[in-house]
Design a protein around this ligand. Sequence first.
Ligand code: F0G
Length: 454
Amino acid sequence: MKSDPSRIAYQACIAPGCGERHAVDEAHVACSKCGALLDVNYEWDRVPVPKSLREFEARWSNRRNPLDFSGVWRFRELLPFAPPEAVVTIGEGQTILQRSESVGRYVGTRPGNLFLQYEGLNPSGSFKDNGMTAATTHARMVGAKTAACASTGNTSASLAIFASTTGLFRVVVFVGSGKIAYGKLSQALDYGALTVQIQGDFDDALARVREVCSRLKIYLCNSVNPFRLEGQKSIMFRVLESLDWQPPDWIVVPGGNLGNSSAFGKAFSELKHLGLIDRIPRLAVINASGSNTLYRVHEQQGIRWNEGRLDHPAIDSFYAEMDAQGRRAATLATAIEINRPVNLVKCLRALDTCDGVVREISDEEILDGKAQAGAGGFGCEPASGASIAGAKRLREEGMIAPSDRVVCILTGHELKDPNVTVNYHSSASARLANRPMAVENDLDKIIAALSKFA
Ligand code: F0G
């Protein structure tokens, strides 16, 4: 990046009536004037953006440069907010898109049309590393020494690995009590993060960490941080790259705090604006039915982005009713067990950009989707199974056509939550269970048992 980022990047309030700007080297998680979410925006005419996305491929041959090795920063002209010397990278974003015939058959698409984007192959085992490289880079730009997040597990693992690998920050992570998967909790502990388990769920933990960060001037790395989402745009750049820069028909992604879906919408809107793609894929965001705020707001109440003039009173009364009923998020896909998604408004904007839809899916369908991914090779954690289950549902509805090219984002690695996997495969009722066989310690009995497979 030869241009000076402070001249081309700024933070802007997303509310059209406000539009307040903040400098790129300040730390904010909300507009200081009206409290709405912020975007990182660019003066694109000052950015040396390649004329064609294909030009990024030249960087594959220069992998000794950490910025070219990174699956995020090799697209740096599309997130030009940082001087190269500030970039914090640990080799994130080396992820692959694979065609899956078995998942395609399960979903009901034509052969060759179903793709899985394995974000579990990131250093900490989830897509979060795409965002954390950007957030920690910004933390370094503003001189932060301590960083924090609330997490259902993956954000904390990601922040902790960036801090421990680089030694640049102390890290505090807040997790809710009980529900965090052990694969994720073990990472935060192993990587040396100060881990605070507060009584309550993720929604409580996030509310508290925001207060703590504001009071103690700690740098907040949740997806309210607009720099996180800049990094997560690169997931879409890599999907396009793997498809030879031809946009698919559908991107299907699980929805939790709605950072990914928001980032994907921003990525496509910017690529279209820059003339780098001619068509925007449709976006399907999949909620677990036990934590389905987006589904209720978008599909049941019909609340739309409406050029930023959303029906805020309707959203407020939705939350007031949720609180009055004491409704808490509850799903086996603990990564997305969230009832107050902080990026709700940005996600509504992304759904508008991408002509998107939202579906809610039962835990049973999520786990079947996850098992189907595992049976086809690389597995995923429960939340990611929502992508496959959601694609299947949309195909059954006829929303997705058999001829559509569909990309399901697998957000986290299979080994994040082995308990759920083993329980599923041990269960008498799970549809796709591969039950372990108990055999006595006796050669003949073992041979007899194995004869079923001969
Ligand atoms: N999939 C996985 C594996 C996740 O860890 C998360 C979010 C999501 C999907 C949802 O993504 O928030 O962008 O809609 N995990 C967060 C965490 C909340 O704390 O690790 P989103």
